[in-house]
Ligand binder design. Structure first.
Ligand SMILES: [Zn+2]
Ligand SMILES: [Zn+2]
Length: 387
């Protein structure tokens, strides 16, 4: 089961009910962090099922402080980095780190220098190597000076945009990550995580008669439990039984697609990569709710949307409309203005504003520490709290 764990859902600053932006994509054997606002470490301590030892990548959507002021402390804690010494050779951590695989961080240009300087100026040594891969919207400036490298740093890749996107910035046997620029008040990114096609559900009962028919011959070949052969189908391999019957695997199902956007007032550039998203995570900073919000009373709906966009942000209607335009199966909104408490009934009105743009689809207003499950059959639902 894939899941999204929302660690911070507030825009700009933490509030009593929401922390600043951060969310985890839990891939079961490992998990990836997207954005790391101030206090993300505290949220991780409160969350369930996200052991730091299993965090394997960090992605940063943009360089606004509310999305990354928690990054350096998280790196320091996770990689045993506090309390460095100035005396040469007094710290053995750097030596120990040399043999480790570098931890990978992806994000906008400037991120590498920010991490380098912050770690160096705070005497932070790490017990693990790290590397920063930067995404550039144009040619890499040749006169760039990123300063001195950190002793635990491995030089990362500088990835230039090609045809409006950064394709396969990460790819393994199970997942590919692509990215696109999206419009915001500063350079901002959206990430698309696509699962490789996998074998569909195996209906064991349908294979049983043929396996039972061959039971004796299979036993003679050393196969004590004929059902154990079904493991081959899971690997998308055929099985030829002693009597000549061929058991075919059920065919591949399309992988799930998770789209995680940074702050935006227009993400249309990522639409081609996002098509048919299983779940879209889209900000909805401001909502037009004149009945409960005095600030909105002096504006029309159109003026309110213009004002929201002028600050680089979206309304729930904009999030819903984009979700509909890419044929998303579910929309999860985050990055709410400090005006909206997580437990305020007004969140139902915000949800309804998005829903009217994407009728019949799953729409969720995220809350801190909420887990959203994405099943193999593309069902997107809030995980029930177990007490
Ligand atoms: Zn923000
Ligand atoms: Zn921002």
């Amino acid at each position: 089961m894939l899941s999204l764990v929302f660690l911070g859902t507030s825009s700009a600053k933490p509030t009593a009910t929401r922390n600043t932006s951060s969310l985890a994509l839990n891939l079961e054997k490992e998990w990836w962090l997207f954005d790391c606002g101030e206090g993300t470490q505290h949220q991780l301590q409160k969350s369930k099922g996200l052991a730091l030892s299993k965090m394997s990548k960090i992605f940063i959507t943009h360089m606004h402080a509310d999305h990354m002021f928690g990054l350096i402390p998280l790196m320091a804690s996770t990689f045993n980095g506090m309390g460095g010494q100035t005396e040469e050779g007094a710290d053995t951590r750097v030596e120990e780190a040399q043999s480790t695989e570098p931890f990978e961080i992806y994000g906008p240009f400037g991120l590498r220098e920010y991490i380098r300087k912050s770690l160096l100026l705070t005497y932070t040594q790490l017990g693990r190597m790290y590397t920063v891969h930067e995404l550039h919207p144009g040619p890499i400036p040749s006169d760039r000076n990123e300063g001195q490298m950190h002793p635990c740093e491995v030089m990362g890749r500088d990835i230039s945009i090609e045809n409006g996107a950064w394709k396969a910035i990460h790819k393994d046997a199970l997942y590919q990550v692509d990215a696109s620029p999206i419009l915001h008040s500063v350079f901002s990114l959206g990430f698309v995580i696509t699962e490789a096609p996998t074998v569909g559900t195996i209906d064991k009962k349908s294979y049983e008669p043929a396996l039972n028919r061959n039971k004796a011959q299979l036993a003679a070949q050393g196969v004590k439990n004929p059902m154990s052969l079904l493991g081959k189908l899971q690997k998308n391999e055929k099985i030829t039984l002693p009597d000549g019957t061929v058991l075919e695997p059920p065919g591949l199902r399309e992988g799930r697609k998770v789209v995680i956007l940074g702050d935006t007032h227009d993400p249309s550039a990522i639409a081609p990569l996002s098509h048919g998203a299983t779940v879209l995570v889209h900000e909805a900073t401001n909502a037009y709710l004149p009945e409960s919000d005095s600030a909105a009373q002096s504006m029309t709906r159109e003026e309110h949307q213009e004002w929201t966009m002028s600050r680089g942000h979206s309304t729930p209607e904009m999030a819903g409309a984009f979700a509909a335009s890419i044929g998303a199966n579910a929309l999860v909104m985050n990055h709410f203005s400090a005006r909206y408490r997580a437990d305020d009934p007004v969140m139902d009105d915000i949800k309804a504003l998005a829903e009217q743009k994407i009728p019949g689809k799953v729409v969720i207003c995220s809350k801190d520490l909420m887990t959203i499950e994405i099943t193999k059959n593309n069902v997107v639902r809030v995980k029930e709290e177990t007490k």
